[in-house]
Design a protein around this ligand. Structure first.
Ligand SMILES: [Mg+2]
Length: 223
């Protein structure tokens, strides 16, 4: 029997849980980099070399979808390989001078790193092409997954343990929602706030200049 007034000694202090690493995911085209002019130049070159009639405005507005599938709207199957090769040669050659960072892109990546996180770029572009695009804009990804569109991005989102994913396309938001990741839409592409929210975006920003620590904290808390 414990004496009256006897109390158990206090338990040893429990160390606080390790801080979560706020890895953040980003789409590439029209989210971190503006590829409209380079894409138009590359499509115009295909028209010239292969004597086809790609609608440049339509083609540019489909940035973010798989390249070959988009080219197939105007280029016959037997010439698709040539069209893809021509596109990449122009896009990464003279077109590289026409690729620009979107407003706030540099600061957004710097913010993630300043908080101890890593910036994961998950894109439909093939990795070596994505690397060239980032280099053209003096941007760097800490983690890069390429060749993934929409729901295909889900496994990469889970693997990189990102707390949120920023993208301009409704398919980006569909992927984020499927991965149970906080989806942030940006209006630097061709899609409006309504379409991004309907696809699952929890937040929509005009561009990356609005991306800040408070948003990261909110996403990290799953609110
Ligand atoms: Mg995009």
């Amino acid at each position: 029997m414990p004496r009256p007034g006897w109390r158990c000694p206090p338990p040893p202090p429990v160390p606080p849980p390790a801080a979560t690493t706020p890895n953040i995911g980003f789409d590439l085209d029209l989210t971190l980099v503006d590829t409209r002019r380079a894409t138009e130049a590359a499509a115009a070159r295909i028209n010239e070399v292969l004597s086809v009639s790609i609608d440049l405005q339509d083609f540019v507005s489909s940035i973010g979808l798989p390249l070959r599938r988009q080219l197939a709207k105007w280029v016959p199957e037997p010439r698709l390989d040539d069209a893809v090769s021509e596109f990449r040669a122009t896009f990464l050659g003279p077109g590289a001078n026409l690729i620009f960072p979107t407003p706030g892109a540099h600061d957004a990546l710097a913010l993630v790193r300043s908080l101890g996180g890593r910036a994961a770029v998950i894109t439909s572009r093939l990795p070596h092409i994505a690397e060239r695009m980032l280099t053209a804009c003096d941007l760097t990804a800490d983690i890069l997954f390429g060749g993934l569109t929409g729901l295909e991005k889900t496994s990469a989102m889970r693997e990189t343990r990102i707390s949120c994913y920023v993208g301009d396309h409704p398919l980006d938001m569909v992927g984020a929602q499927a991965a149970d990741v906080y989806g942030i839409g940006v209006l630097t592409g061709f899609h409006n706030e309504t379409s991004l929210r309907q696809a699952g975006a929890s937040l929509v920003l005009a561009d990356l200049t609005s991306f800040n620590k408070k948003i990261i904290d909110t996403a990290d808390n799953g609110i």
